[in-house]
Ligand binder design. Structure first.
Ligand code: AMP
Ligand code: MG
Length: 450
């Protein structure tokens, strides 16, 4: 790995106001990200039904109102017994017990087990009073004088007997009341992301509703007069709008509710109207395209000077590749955060990963909005140069078993084919000017398995 002296660009000098000093007029990735994260807040909690809360972040500590399991129950199909009755039994000297009834999962009033007695019991059935262990059916002769489970009335008496070949320990195959979770304990704390097991736990303790941060609503707008909706006919000089789809999918993967708006032509006034119209349903707005220095960079034109629209959007150069031009600010009375991403498809996706995703995760209420990073050894052929002073995000394929990463495609920000075959971003630090196979680098793992 070759470096270029001091860590140029890895942290821009700051003024007393906390703002990045604009000597070089270039922001470090960290400063731009910090600026964004400082401006977004976790959304106000709401009460949601359990399945609607799936994928949201808990906004309350959940206390368990009942013990789990709520009663001692059997973990086996077998016989509820008094273990003292069976001491010393084996195949040569089986114990004989009278079977006085049957308990299934759901039985409300199990019969009492007296000395020399047993009750046939199914998994999940409440352990009858008097019994202190379960004998699995495999340790018995299967019983005689009683029929299959479904034909027997719970609570019926003395309709059979069973031979037992092996004695259980006291308490064996009984799941004691509260052994999963004790009543009154905190099952889940605020800040927990609700996945399937958490939904299950909440349901298991009887919660129908839960207080969570809602999913952020994201409006995605792509700009460019060249853009055609996929499915429509492509005229000369036109291209399909892919960014609004990539960004919508990425926002969805980040846990957002997404509203994708049809591509807006390069017309500043039209764009401003669209954005103003969208404010009503947005917690965050993402635009793509029109942020560099071209003659038709309308996002910059429309948002640098907002006219009578409240808000302020800054356009910056950020020390990264791809994704140098970035816009960030707030729009409307409600000060809705807006991130204006560059139009090149790889730039816009990488910018989403680096800036928008953490912002959305912060709004969702996650204590840590970042993806887990891993270190991996670079594979591939030959050294690759990296621009000095810029953090480079290369696309790669990660091998979690070998802990290696292999770049796919070049560094061109139009290379969507390679992006679609990547499952990781390889992070080349600002001061590194060349990377060589064998180098250890930070890798960000993406959602896409390839
Ligand atoms: P811009 O940032 O608007 O100058 O766009 C930079 C490059 O990205 C140009 O080649 C655009 O045609 C392309 N581009 C911009 N927006 C999109 C989009 N939504 N989908 C695909 N390519 C785009
Ligand atoms: Mg454009």
């Amino acid at each position: 790995m070759r470096t270029s002296g001091p860590t140029s660009g890895s942290g821009s000098p700051r003024t007393s106001t906390g703002r990045c000093e604009r000597l070089s007029d270039i922001w470090s990735v960290n400063d731009h990200l910090e600026d964004i994260l400082a401006a977004v807040r976790p959304l106000e909690p709401i009460e949601l039904q359990l399945l609607d809360a799936h994928g949201c972040v808990l906004a309350e500590d959940v206390t368990v109102p009942i013990a789990l399991p709520p009663f001692d129950n059997s973990s086996m199909d077998g016989y509820a017994v008094r273990s003292a009755d069976l001491r010393g039994c084996d195949h040569s000297a089986p114990a004989r017990l009278v079977v006085t009834g049957e308990v299934v999962a759901g039985t409300g009033d199990p019969p009492v087990v007296g000395p020399g007695q047993s009750v046939r019991i199914m998994t999940g059935g409440p352990v009858p009073q008097g019994a202190d262990a379960i004998v699995p059916v495999e340790w018995t002769d299967g019983g005689s004088g009683h029929g299959p489970a479904e034909t027997m009335a719970p609570g019926s008496v003395a309709y059979g007997q069973v031979q037992v070949f092996r004695a259980p320990e006291p308490g064996q195959y009984i799941r004691p009341r509260g052994s999963d979770i004790a009543a009154g304990s905190v099952a889940l704390t605020a800040g927990t992301l609700i996945g399937a097991p958490q939904v299950g736990l909440l349901a298991g303790i009887g919660r129908a509703f839960v207080r969570v941060r809602p999913r952020p609503r994201v409006v995605v707008v792509s700009t460019g007069s060249e853009l055609v909706r996929p499915g429509d006919e492509l005229g000369p000089g036109r291209i399909y709008d892919s960014n609004s789809f990539t960004l919508s999918a990425a926002a969805k993967e980040a846990g957002a509710v997404v509203y994708r708006v049809s591509a807006v032509a390069d017309d500043a006034r039209a764009l401003r109207t669209v954005l103003e119209d969208q404010l009503i349903r947005a917690d965050l707005i993402v635009t793509s395209g029109g942020v560099s220095v071209g003659a038709h960079d309308v996002v910059k034109e429309a948002l640098s000077n907002l006219g009578r629209t409240p808000g302020h959007v800054d356009f910056r150069r950020v020390a990264m590749q791809p994704g140098k031009p970035q816009g960030f600010g707030v729009l409307g009375e409600a000060r809705i955060p807006l991130l204006a991403l560059p139009g090149n498809p790889v730039s816009s996706y990488v910018s989403f990963e680096v800036f928008v995703r953490p912002a959305l995760r912060r709004m969702s209420g996650l204590p840590n909005p970042f993806r887990p990073g891993v270190r991996a050894t670079l594979e591939g052929d030959g050294p690759r140069s990296s621009p000095p002073g810029k953090r480079q995000f290369l696309r790669g394929v990660h091998d979690s078993y070998r802990r290696t990463v292999r770049p796919v495609g070049g560094s061109g920000s139009h290379l969507t084919g390679a992006l679609a075959h990547a499952d990781a971003l390889i992070v080349v630090p600002e001061h590194t000017t060349e990377i060589t196979p064998g180098d250890e680098l930070d890798v960000v793992l993406l959602d896409t398995p390839v």
